[in-house]
Design a binder for this molecule. Structure first.
Ligand code: ZN
Length: 131
């Protein structure tokens, strides 16, 4: 029962993805590929005052990769970097609410991998700005 509800949410995000556009004024523009399925996610982020102020993505691939990126960007928009650092892949998967096979999990976590790389890239570069 619960599964059907989640499936519908995924389907809705796939058909009508949120934050699906180019964000040209960005701090991060990263493209991540999932070779096992052929998915590509391009994640673009704008940071300000220690949080994400704008986020957008483009994607090419299966429904899971696209829908999960849509859900993730909705979830983390306006989130502080300190909270983002605490975001785990378990929480992301929990938010998706699907029982996924290991192969599908890679699809679902592609945008999360891109996010983690973005943070790794952004934080050392801007650490000196912190007080
Ligand atoms: Zn996939």
């Amino acid at each position: 029962m619960q599964d059907d509800l989640y499936r519908e949410i995924i389907l809705e995000h796939w058909k009508n993805p949120q934050n699906y556009r180019v964000l040209s004024d960005n701090d991060i523009d990263i493209t991540e590929q999932n070779k096992s399925c052929g998915d590509t996610i391009r994640l673009m982020i704008k940071f300000k005052d220690g949080k994400i102020t704008e986020i957008a993505f483009l994607g090419d691939g299966c429904a899971i990769s696209k829908a999960s990126a849509s859900m993730l960007t909705e979830q983390i928009k306006n989130m502080k970097i300190s909270s983002l650092n605490k975001l785990t892949q378990d929480k992301v998967l929990q938010n998706l609410g699907l029982n996924l096979t290991p192969a599908r999990m890679k699809c679902a976590l592609l945008s999360f991998v891109a996010l983690k790389k973005s943070l790794d890239y952004y934080q050392p570069k801007n650490a000196k700005d912190k007080k």
